[in-house]
Design a protein around this ligand. Structure first.
Ligand SMILES: O=P(O)(O)OC[C@H](O)CO
Length: 406
């Protein structure tokens, strides 16, 4: 698709909020989220944003290799490659040394895992469970996958974000074989919420929810960040992940930034983006470009471009490789990170986890990453997009019947 321009992109200048203004913004968002989702945010958290496989996998593997009591990990994708073997070997090693290791794999997303890795972990005493293996399920349940990505070690350090365990996520987004993604390491009371997301899905797949190796240790203050852990669960009605996104969109006063791997919202969420832009919020959306791994999702999202551009939403497509992040920032004070994409699958169908982090430093780091990614992106221009080819329009229309499943 050619509706782009070539010079590097920059966002309009923003001025950092004064401390009092930042505090007011954070409190307003916190109280809205707490009362509308019903989960208290916790104080005293330390968060470390991790960018791309080089940082993410190194930190996760270091934590696993240092585990003394428990390792709980769940993932949607567990595919192949050296990194898949490295994780299996690290988990097996800990299990052999008496650490309680539990690994929850989504029955669809992780179907490509190699059998010898499963055997290796099994022999070592690691417990591997499958979330809703398609073979044994009703068609209705099969549509609801476990899309959460969680690692919790010794009840003290946790990770969530976008990565799956596969070669695609290795490296540093230097070329199309190294996907761009962001994860976060968490220490402090918010670890409990992340652990609970694991426990909720594990309980469905295994008889034992906890055992003597769970020490239920308390948390001490690790940093300054206020964090609310939000779990999305498959639902026929309105659910918390939708409330989270809606509250953030409706609370934004100055800037709402979204970087997502799969952008295919329903009309309601597309309209919310438009409404924010119309009331003067600078809305920026960063999406995969030529290296998208799911063209069908891209087409479903592109169907919204014309309306969004008309409302003043700025849309960018990332050029170097597949962009797989799931990150939102709001008004320089709030950052959302976790497993949820901006599509029907994440907002309606799947088990998800997102952290709402109310912290200027954390948000500034995510915004800096966003700015750097814009430098490698091309902006979709309204006029040129409107003149896109008939074939492109036809392709957008062709995916309409399956949009609700994307
Ligand atoms: O669903 P995501 O966002 O975890 O991405 C995994 C995809 O299935 C990769 O093709």
């Amino acid at each position: 698709m050619t509706s782009t321009r070539n010079e590097p992109e920059v966002s309009p200048e923003t001025v950092a909020p004064e401390p009092a203004q930042a505090a007011e913004r954070k409190l307003r968002m916190r109280r809205r989220l707490e009362r509308l989702i019903g989960i208290a945010a916790t104080e005293g958290n330390a968060l470390l944003p991790l960018r791309n496989g080089d940082e993410i996998f190194a930190a996760m593997l270091h934590s696993i290799r240092s585990a003394e009591h428990t390792v709980d990990m769940m993932t949607f994708v567990y595919w192949r490659g050296d990194i898949a073997r490295e994780f299996a070997e690290a988990l097996a090693d800990r299990a052999r040394n008496g650490v309680r290791v539990r690994l929850l794999l989504d029955g669809f997303g992780s179907r490509l895992i190699e059998q010898d890795l499963l055997d290796l972990m099994d022999r070592a005493g690691a417990e591997v469970a499958w979330f809703r293996k398609p073979l044994y399920l009703s068609p209705l349940k099969q549509n609801h996958r476990c899309h959460r990505k969680v690692l919790v070690v010794d009840e003290a350090v946790a990770y969530t974000g976008g990565v799956g365990i596969a070669e695609e996520w290795c490296g540093n987004a230097r070329n199309e074989n190294e996907w761009r993604d962001t994860h976060v390491q968490v220490r402090g009371p918010a670890v409990d919420g992340i652990a609970a997301a694991f426990a909720q899905n594990w309980a469905e797949c295994h008889d034992t929810l906890f055992d003597a190796r769970d020490r239920f240790t308390g948390h001490t203050t690790q940093g300054d960040a206020v964090v609310q852990v939000v779990r999305g669960s498959a639902s026929f009605g309105w659910q918390d992940m939708q409330t989270l996104i809606r509250v953030m969109l409706e609370s934004a006063q100055e800037r709402f930034r979204l970087a997502t791997a799969y952008f295919a919202p329903d009309a309601y969420f597309s309209d919310l983006l438009c409404a924010a832009a119309r009331r003067g919020v600078q809305v920026e959306i960063l999406l995969p470009g030529p290296h998208t791994d799911k063209r069908v999702c891209q087409l479903a999202g592109q169907n919204h471009y014309e309306d969004l551009l008309r409302c003043g939403v700025r849309i960018f497509q990332y050029q170097p490789t597949m962009l797989h992040t799931k990150v939102i920032t709001v008004d320089q004070v709030a950052g959302l990170i976790g497993s949820s994409n901006f599509n029907r699958r994440s907002l309606d169908h799947d088990e998800e986890i997102m952290l709402a982090v109310l912290d200027e430093d954390f948000t500034a780091t995510l915004d800096r990453h966003f700015d750097e990614d814009l430098q490698a992106s091309e902006r979709i221009e309204k006029g040129r997009w409107k003149r896109r080819s008939a074939a492109q329009r036809l392709r957008e229309l062709a995916v309409a019947p399956i949009r609700r499943f994307l």
